[in-house]
Design a protein around this ligand. Structure first.
Ligand code: SER
Length: 889
């Protein structure tokens, strides 16, 4: 049975039982704790926690969620059941059916015959586990379903109690396993061997809420959830593996074609040896994961999701290389995996070109890295051999890895080829040190984000009402005060505090727009709001400084957003939407938004695009943006369901939850329609002028446009104009001619510099020749020597020496010239005429007699030699020694 059909049967089974079929959410949800969606229940979290009412008529839903787990990336291919990308099929009940419903639904789908829509598994081969004291679940398995007691095993918290690993819903679980037979391992059920007994489905009885803690079994249970819920997850890939009768997930219908393609490209054979098999599986697994996360908007980078993508792509390239590929492979792998995945994910079809571009750009860059790393390796290896050693130092291997991204196994492989060893212990030690540093960094970063428990009561029971789309000033009640991270009942002048109100007119930072600034007052007391952040999407925390007087819990304050701030913030945010729309008009729909930031007067917009924009494209984007301003379109905001918004053609970034009511901001009808909670102008003309500052790369595959809006845009243009006017006046030319004039001036300047240089040389020759002293030695050889003043370069010495030598033509003459420079260097030149050479003079030998006196180095041919010394004091003696040597010829 093909994977696509396994998916369809699952959905059909649960829709028939009244579940609403919900499409998979994007892999990237707006949760700082989660790099990627890693379970089917993630998008439903607010319903489990009782924060939102599930929008499903029967209170039940089913989905097949795209999931990525990269924690075990090193395990891929070594064990045969790890996929970094997988599809989790699930059914969910929000306060409706509980254990019995979940168990019987799963059982009937697994064991119903194929021609009745099921998967047709042999009931005799199925084993289950339940949580230690979960008699209720064990009882249902035994007495309602009829599984013999010996195939029901009880396991502890680490195995049969599920949570997201972070605070959130959790509960005991029951896992369903399939016995693959004795050739896969020992008997004794899943408690004994989870390779022979393959886990296929996890039923979680979600009824508790977990607090902070670590690992699978070391956390606090905060209490029961408002309702008893069901969350199940069936591994689509594992079912495919069993139903297709293949050995492991990498050989199922969606991944096997990539292995075949890898065989074709590398010439290696799958199944020939374990080492190579791991590489084939890495290629298949990672190609799919990389493709799916690029599809959802990730580009390679050095942090977070971008880094994971980079790692995946590099591991593919490296594995292909180790299998014997010599050229590029990425395009073929991506094409193959896109072909197999498109039937289940039709949106791939519209994104093929973009996916290829992102993947191939990274491949090109990494192959270059490999090349430069290889060069460095060869130099290092040569040096080691020259020194008579046989081991590449740990520090060298680490430098290759750290600076050139050169993986250690390539270093090992190349070292082996060169007959060298590698100090892997030293390397490991440096790596461990680096990891420890990175861990400390990320913990420090995370702490600031995630220790939010102090706000929990307000988030749950007193979320802030936002009333600031229309009003800037309101009377609000102070329901919370914090100082130094602790709850307090009053605050006084001079302190930095956090204020929580029942309702706020302040916009809290979200969707790229930074938080409003303004004041809160009560009588003579005043505090200034410096920032507003949202906690748990529901609570507005105003970070502020008390300037005069004091405030207490229960006060009614006048909370007022600074109108000038908000005015300019609106302009900047609306301008961001216009630039986004203009950009897509000019570059096409593949320029996907990757992020944005806007604050009064300024905005930046990041997008995925691999080429630098031309000046013409930028000009065009700016023009379209300002035309949209000029069109004076009304800006409309519409509240509707996510589905409706998508039908309208609204552009959604990642992370909207299914079923949410969303806000669509529309400017100029289809021109710009985006899901957005930000504050906007009422008419596009209120944005004022928008000027693009420039465009730049922010890491591979992503670029950034920066712009000014409103009065700041005007000020920027005005400053530029003043600058040009200043240039025009300095050049005494109309401003339109400034560029030409500067070009002319540059040319003239270059010519003038050349003339000066020629004059200097002529002067030098004239002066230099005057300085040369000629001595006729008793043996008939003439020595012409001089020490030239500071500023005379080695090049000058050569010119002068040639000139003096010309003057000596026809006689046996030797020229000795040096200069004593202020930086302590002593450049020198020795030249000998033909006749002198005939007498046995040799400029190269003469240099050698001079060198010891001036700590010099250098040499050359019989007619001309040169060098440089570092001891000017030795010059007179050195020249004399040279002269004495010539006298002996
Ligand atoms: N949340 C559970 C899991 O991820 C079941 O869906 O395994």
């Amino acid at each position: 049975m093909q994977t696509h059909e396994i998916r369809e049967r699952f959905t059909h089974h649960f829709v028939k039982a009244g579940h609403e079929a919900v499409p998979s959410a994007s892999l990237i949800l707006d949760d700082p704790n989660l790099l990627f969606v890693n379970a089917g229940m993630v998008p439903f979290k607010p319903y489990f926690l009782g924060q939102q009412t599930p929008p499903f008529p029967n209170g039940t839903a089913t989905s097949i969620q795209k999931c990525v787990r990269t924690l075990d990336i090193e395990e891929v291919g070594i064990t045969t059941r790890h996929n970094t990308f997988f599809q989790m099929a699930g059914n969910f009940s929000f306060g409706q059916y509980f254990k019995e419903g979940a168990i019987t639904h799963a059982w009937s789908l697994l064991t119903s015959p194929i021609d009745e829509g099921g998967y047709g598994f042999d009931p005799e081969k199925i084993w289950v586990t339940v949580y230690l004291d979960d008699d209720e679940a064990a009882n249902i398995w035994e007495n309602v379903v009829g599984i013999p007691a010996e195939r029901i095993q009880r396991l502890g918290m680490a195995d049969n109690f599920w949570s997201m690993g972070i605070p959130g819903p959790c509960g005991p679980s029951s896992e369903i396993y399939y016995d693959r037979g004795p050739e896969y391992g020992n008997e004794g059920g899943p408690a004994a061997d989870d390779s022979r007994y393959l886990e296929i489905w996890n039923l979680v009885f979600m009824e508790k809420e977990r607090g902070a803690g670590t690992g699978k079994d070391n956390f606090e249970i905060l209490g029961p959830l408002p309702k008893k819920n069901i969350d199940t997850g069936m591994g689509v890939e594992r079912i495919a593996c069993l139903l297709q009768g293949v050995d492991n997930v990498y050989e199922t219908d969606l991944l096997r074609p990539v292995i075949d393609e890898a065989q074709r490209l590398t010439g290696a054979t799958y199944g020939a040896n374990h080492e190579d098999d791991i590489r084939f599986r890495v290629i298949a697994d990672h190609s799919r994961t990389a493709m799916m996360i690029i599809l959802d908007g990730v580009t390679p980078g050095n942090e977070g999701r971008g880094y994971i993508l980079r790692r995946l792509l590099r591991r593919i390239i490296r594995s292909a290389r180790l299998l014997g590929a010599t050229g590029k492979t990425m395009e073929s792998f991506m094409n193959t995996i896109m072909d197999t995945m498109t039937p289940s994910y039709p949106e791939i079809a519209d994104n093929r070109e973009r996916i290829q571009r992102v993947a191939i750009t990274e491949e090109t860059a990494f192959l270059k890295t490999l090349e430069s790393g290889t060069e460095l390796f060869e130099t290092t290896a040569a040096k080691i051999k020259q020194e008579g050693k046989t081991t590449v130092a740990g520090a060298d291997a680490f430098a290759l890895h750290d600076t050139y991204g050169f993986p250690i196994d390539l270093t090992l492989e190349m070292a082996a080829e060169a007959g060298l060893q590698v100090d892997t212990e030293g390397f490991d030690k440096l790596m461990a040190e680096q990891r420890a540093r990175a861990k400390a960094d990320s913990q420090a970063k995370k702490h600031g984000h995630t220790d939010l428990s102090i706000y929990r009561d307000w988030v749950d029971n007193h979320p802030t009402e936002f009333i600031g789309y229309d009003e800037l000033t309101a009377q609000s009640h102070v329901i919370g005060l914090l100082s130094d991270g602790k709850k307090v009942s009053e605050v006084s002048a001079g302190h930095d505090v956090e204020v929580i109100l029942d309702a706020s007119t302040f916009y809290a930072e979200a969707g790229g727009q930074i938080g409003d600034r303004g004041t809160m007052t009560l009588g003579d007391s005043l505090l200034r709001v410096n920032d507003v952040q949202k906690i748990g999407k529901k609570l507005w925390v105003h970070r502020a400084t008390v300037e005069t007087g004091g405030f207490a819990l229960g006060d009614t304050v006048t909370a007022a957003v600074d109108p000038a701030w908000r005015h300019a913030a609106r302009q900047a945010h609306s301008a961001t939407h216009l630039i986004h729309a203009a950009l897509r008009e000019v570059l096409g729909p593949t320029a996907v938004q990757a992020g944005s930031m806007n604050k009064p007067g300024y905005l930046r917009f990041d997008f995925n695009y691999t080429e630098q924009l031309t000046p013409e494209q930028l000009e065009h984007i700016e023009l379209i943006t300002n035309q949209a301003v000029d069109a004076d379109w009304q800006v409309n905001t519409i509240e509707t369901t996510l589905d409706e918004a998508k039908t309208m053609g609204a552009m959604a970034l990642f992370g909207e939850n299914y079923g949410n009511i969303v806000r669509v901001v529309e400017i100029g009808g289809p021109f710009s329609m985006e899901l957005c909670g930000g504050t906007h102008v009422a008419h596009s003309s209120q944005i004022g002028p928008v000027s693009i500052l420039g465009e730049s790369s922010i890491g591979s595959g992503a670029r950034r446009i920066e712009a000014y809006s409103g009065l700041d845009s005007f000020k920027y243009l005005s400053k530029e104009r003043t600058l040009v006017a200043g240039l025009a006046s300095a050049l005494k030319a109309p401003s339109a001619e400034v560029p030409d004039r500067i070009a002319q001036l540059t040319t003239k300047l270059k010519e003038a510099e050349k003339t000066i240089e020629n004059l200097r040389k002529a002067e030098l020759l004239a002066q230099g020749s005057r300085l040369v002293a000629r001595a006729h030695l008793p043996n008939g050889i003439t020595v012409a020597s001089a020490v030239l003043p500071d500023g005379t370069t080695a090049g000058d010495l050569r010119t002068l020496a040639a000139d003096v030598k010309n003057h000596l033509a026809g006689e046996a003459g030797v020229v000795l010239l040096a200069s004593s420079t202020s930086d302590g260097k002593v450049p020198f030149v020795v030249a000998a005429t033909k006749e002198a050479i005939a007498r046995g003079a040799n400029a190269g030998t003469i240099v050698k007699t001079l060198n010891p006196y001036i700590d010099g180095r250098g040499g050359g041919k019989p007619d001309m030699a040169q060098g440089s010394g570092s001891n000017p004091d030795g010059l007179p003696e050195g020249l004399k020694a040279a002269s004495d040597h010539i006298a002996t010829l």
